[in-house]
Design a protein around this ligand. Sequence first.
Ligand SMILES: NC(=O)c1ccc[n+]([C@@H]2O[C@H](COP(=O)([O-])OP(=O)(O)OC[C@H]3O[C@@H](n4cnc5c(N)ncnc54)[C@H](OP(=O)(O)O)[C@@H]3O)[C@@H](O)[C@H]2O)c1
Length: 323
Amino acid sequence: MKAVIANKYGGPEVLRVTEVAKPTPKSDEVLIKINATSITAASTFMRLGTPYFGRLFIGLTKPKIKTPGTDLSGTVEAIGSKVTNFKVGDQVMAETGLECGAYAEYICLPFHALMVHQPEDISSEEATGIIDGACTALAFFTDQVQLKPGQKVLINGASGSIGTAAVQLAKNFGAEVTGVCSTKNKALVKDLGADKVLDYTKNELEQSSEKFDVIFDTVGKMSYSDSKKHLVKKGVFMTPTLTFGILLQLLLVSPFSKKKLKFAATGIRKEEMRMRDLIKVRDLLASKKLTTVIDRVYSLEQIQDAHAYVDTGRKRGNVIVRC
Ligand SMILES: NC(=O)c1ccc[n+]([C@@H]2O[C@H](COP(=O)([O-])OP(=O)(O)OC[C@H]3O[C@@H](n4cnc5c(N)ncnc54)[C@H](OP(=O)(O)O)[C@@H]3O)[C@@H](O)[C@H]2O)c1
């Protein structure tokens, strides 16, 4: 079978499509023919081997796991003797996390992996594309703040993978949503349900005197200090991006401060919490309360081009690779 192999850390050129042996499922495993995978921020960081402290887990000088790819949609092709929750022919969507392996034609996953049945009328591209952004945003809206109807939420980076999901999820929670994006993405963010859209290229947030209960900076472009003037008295600023500035502020913000700063690495939470989010995201997708924004679709052979495009930091929603 074909699989992408990375033998060293670096740019998109380290990703090579190679012929490798097709895996055979063990008694507690499911063999999946992968139909599509997505280029998530985690797979980019794992390709680069940054931040460097992360190499303690993924390999000091070169990747321990050779085939990247953290999310997938596929078809069950075979099951081990102990598997009862999936059968041959089932369509599934799954998160492989640090184990990776989704940039390939086939993968074996244990039956208890972060894997759920895929809704019937959802494409493989939509299924894999929603996982990273929506599960991350959902985790922030349920665990970092308990978002309530009527609360005012500002989503910075509303056109990205987390952002496009966050706008829709916040509306599902009944919040009043303001999205921040560039001029070219204003219509998209409005279509996703945002009540208001501010253009960061025109400094529209800086000119606004509106205050928010929650600011979710999905792309790590705001600072907590700058955000404070846009927060209500007990407002929360949260981000999935751990920049040096955020790290410093996390250490410096007093526990007695009324305005809070929150960061979470949602992918390393307990498995039951991640499963809870994957099921909820799958159900919202099935009931059309959540849609996947797909920017570009590439083939496995075009993996280097796909990564190079994601590296620009300008994608709209999600970039998919058909396997
Ligand atoms: N902590 C966690 O558990 C966790 C989990 C997943 C991801 N993450 C992190 O979350 C971050 C976002 O990931 P993502 O996949 O959602 O990003 P993404 O999709 O790559 O973000 C791209 C989007 O960001 C927008 N953007 C760029 N500069 C901006 C600015 N100054 N202001 C507002 N929007 C801007 C771009 O729009 P324009 O082209 O219009 O500028 C583009 O649509 C990454 O740093 C990732 O590592 C963390």
